[in-house]
Write a protein that binds this ligand. Structure first.
Ligand code: DX5
Ligand code: ZN
Length: 218
């Protein structure tokens, strides 16, 4: 793999009573991005937070805000997330019908456009937008909750997506159940960004947890 692995800790696993401190802590621990899981209780069976929370934590760090929208519809809200401080805005291929327009809107807002696939969605679902994305987020759990088990069948999908993107400067991010035991599997398949919720936030030493992921990826 040419590029160094990027780690994007998911604040869904953080202590919300001190969210600013948690974001500062993962920044100081050496994260690359901050993964922000937005859920609507409709597209996924869980409800988290929206733009006001993102706006409030924006001044805490200069690390990129990697905003994962698990909401349907997403399109009416894209500008709100851009204004709140997102750097990457990722929408699900299974959400709004006109994915192509959502991605163009995100780039039009000056942000990086990401598309995500649920485990049951084949990689062919994003072939038609391959030239309009900056990041492809492969879910290795069914979205909704942190702390679920990694679905190993998705590794082959990562490999297919890596082949599909060829020389295009597109990041491949993997999200769900990533830990030091399975991170190498996904990086070898082509992923260069990994999301880590429980793997980072379940212990007290975030720097050690991030370091363990980098070491395990090799
Ligand atoms: C799941 C979220 C993930 C999740 C990751 O719907 O998109 O980002 O919080 O948490 P872990 O790493 O614990 O699976
Ligand atoms: Zn996520």
């Amino acid at each position: 793999m040419a590029d160094a692995l990027k780690i994007s800790p998911s604040i869904l696993s953080a202590d919300f009573s001190k969210l600013g401190d948690e974001v500062r802590a993962i920044d100081e621990a050496g994260c690359d991005y901050v993964h922000i899981d937005v859920m609507d209780g409709h597209f996924v069976p869980n409800l988290t937070f929206g733009p006001p929370v993102i706006r409030n934590i924006r001044p805490v760090t200069e690390k990129g805000f990697d905003v994962h929208l698990m909401i349907n519809p997403a399109q009416p809200h894209l500008s709100d997330y851009a204004e709140a401080g997102a750097d990457i805005i990722t929408v699900h291929v299974e959400a709004d019908a006109d994915l192509d327009r959502s991605l163009q809107m995100i780039r039009g807002l000056g942000k990086k456009a990401g598309v995500s696939l649920n485990p049951s969605t084949p990689e062919t679902a994003i072939e038609h937008v391959i030239d309009k994305v900056d990041l492809i987020l492969v879910m290795t759990v069914n979205p909704g909750f942190s702390g679920q088990s990694f679905i190993a069948s998705q590794v082959e999908k990562i490999r297919c997506i890596k082949a599909m993107i060829g020389d295009r400067p597109i990041e491949i991010e993997v999200d769900g159940g990533i830990n030091a035991d399975n991170v190498k599997m996904v990086t070898e398949a082509g992923a260069n960004v990994v999301v880590a919720g429980n793997a980072v936030f379940s212990g007290d030493d975030y720097a050690a947890a991030i370091g363990a992921l980098r070491d395990a990826a090799g």
